[in-house]
Write a protein that binds this ligand. Structure first.
Ligand code: ATP
Length: 331
């Protein structure tokens, strides 16, 4: 279904990915394992069309060449990315975040059916439809991120280190959820440092080292490979990043419960542009409050999400600007 051939990415003089080749079939989980800086995120970003570097090579999905397509066209073709750090709108409710996931033309007509499918998969998201996302646990937020990606009706779901920062129990739940997604026939391309649990649910895996794919095998064989055991399944491979992530996590103030939830009905009948405008202004205000000054910015603090989402979110930022202009014209 997805076939990547001779894919290379350079950031200036630095070659971050060198002639990578991978494939992913329908209903298959494939994991990419590699150390920090190996090029894993670069691979996912290049596939999703949001890579800041110079990309050459072929990314084919069911015979369609995605290499020259923009990020939003790639979503239209059926590839969804759950970026590192999740990329959810913390100031919006679960239901609003899910609605935003259906912005592509591919998904718009099927929005109700997709929402039903996401709710069937993760009933908790229906129960919590009105909860403001930043008040949720890390595991629940990850579920929202996956649910939102599923709202674009993807053939392929790509995830960048979804287990990062989650407790062992929540990791277990996350990987169980990914199996449910796979059972729907969706191909899952998973970048992970949690080799043990990702190999436990994966069908196949690739090892990425210093920009090169150095090995490919079934997940079962990789689990028993002495070199893989030593490099990825030994003690101390995962906690470094988790510790860093935990120390950098913003400390949010907890609001009274009455302010945490809003009626799910409140979002019905509103356009994606309205929701984005609202997300933009609420996120900006929350960021400003956390920094101790009053918000005058109108777009979310993209730096808080890192640079990974910039290109993918450009489209909805523009929608937010248009929505704000329209609102001010109406006043
Ligand atoms: P990690 O697990 O730490 O996220 P990774 O395997 O995902 O690592 P990448 O983020 O793909 O690695 O980075 C691969 C290399 O490319 C690194 O050396 C990184 O510094 C470099 N790199 C990534 N993004 C950029 C960028 N926008 N500009 C310049 N260099 C970059």
């Amino acid at each position: 279904m997805l076939e990547v051939r001779n894919l290379s990415v350079s950031y200036g003089q630095h070659r971050a990915l060198d002639n990578a080749a991978i494939r992913l079939d329908r209903g298959e989980i494939v994991v990419i394992l590699g150390a920090n800086g190996a090029g894993k995120s670069t691979l996912l970003k290049a596939i999703s069309g949001i890579c800041e570097g110079k990309v050459v090579g072929d990314v084919m999905l069911g015979g369609t060449d995605l290499t020259q397509l923009s990020a939003d066209r790639i979503v239209e073709e059926g590839i969804a990315l759950v970026p590192e750090g999740r990329g959810v709108f913390g100031e919006l409710t679960v239901r609003e975040n899910l609605t935003l996931g259906a912005y592509s033309r591919r998904a718009r007509d099927e929005e109700a059916a997709n929402l039903e499918r996401v709710y069937r998969l993760f009933p908790k998201l229906m129960e919590r439809g009105g909860q403001v996302v930043r008040t949720m646990s890390g595991g629940e937020q990850q579920m929202v991120a996956i649910g939102r990606a599923m709202m674009s009706n993807p053939q392929v779901l790509t995830l960048d280190e979804p287990s990062l920062g989650l407790s062992p129990l929540l990791c277990k739940e996350l990987f169980a959820n990914l199996k449910l997604v796979r059972n729907l026939g969706i191909g899952i391309l998973l970048v992970e440092q949690n080799a043990r649990q990702s190999l436990a649910i994966a069908d196949r895996g690739y090892l990425l080292e210093n920009a090169h794919i150095i090995h490919e095998d079934s997940a079962a064989s990789l689990r028993n490979d002495p070199a893989v055991k030593a490099a990825y399944l030994g003690a101390g491979t995962q906690p470094v990043k988790v510790a860093i992530a935990a120390s950098m996590a913003p400390k949010f103030e907890v609001r009274p419960r009455s302010q945490q939830t809003r009626s799910a009905d409140a979002v019905l009948g509103r356009s994606v542009a309205d929701l984005v405008a609202q997300a933009a202004s609420r996120d900006a205000q929350a960021v400003a409050q956390r920094r101790g000054h009053v918000a005058d910015a109108t777009l979310p603090d993209m730096a808080a999400h890192g640079d990974r989402l910039t290109a993918a979110l450009r489209e909805i930022e523009n929608a937010a600007v248009r929505a704000r202009r329209k609102t001010s014209q109406l006043k």
